[in-house]
Design a protein. Structure first.
Length: 143
């Protein structure tokens, strides 16, 4: 995880262009927001291996999937094709308890959660041995 230290916000918009290159144990990259530290934050993860996009609440290093509006209770996130080697734009807007996720300018889901209620930093994230490129990271503080 790499956090941008110059902006802390409770509500905001964060976006990044990402390209997953490889990984044997993981092919996952994403955006972190409301990060208090490396063990407490929200994560929107795009997985080329699982072909999905999901929202997680991370508290004390424990990952809990946040249910997506309209999805089945047992599903983590939503199915979405993500190809190794393609550039994609991942954008997250978060206001209060609502998070909206966009992938390549298309809304993929909304989720509601009250687990992390404090302002924090935003940044980028990869899993295990994932090799990924990030470009054009942007954050717009709303509150």
């Amino acid at each position: 995880m790499c956090l941008f230290d110059k902006v802390t916000c409770l509500d905001g918009d964060v976006s990044v262009r990402l390209k997953i290159i490889s990984g044997r144990d993981g092919q996952d990259a994403g955006v972190v927001f409301r990060a208090a530290d490396s063990n407490n934050y929200y994560l929107v993860r795009a997985s080329a291996r699982d072909h999905n996009i999901a929202l997680f609440r991370v508290v004390n290093g424990h990952f809990d999937p946040v249910p997506v509006k309209g999805a089945l209770a047992r599903n983590v996130g939503v199915l979405h094709p993500i190809k190794i080697g393609d550039w994609n734009l991942l954008r997250v807007t978060y206001r209060g308890n609502q998070t909206t996720v966009y992938f390549d300018h298309r809304k993929v889901f909304e989720a509601f959660d009250t687990g992390v209620k404090t302002a924090g930093r935003a940044g980028v994230w990869t899993k295990a041995d994932t090799v990924a490129y990030f470009d054009d990271f942007r954050i717009d503080k709303k509150k």
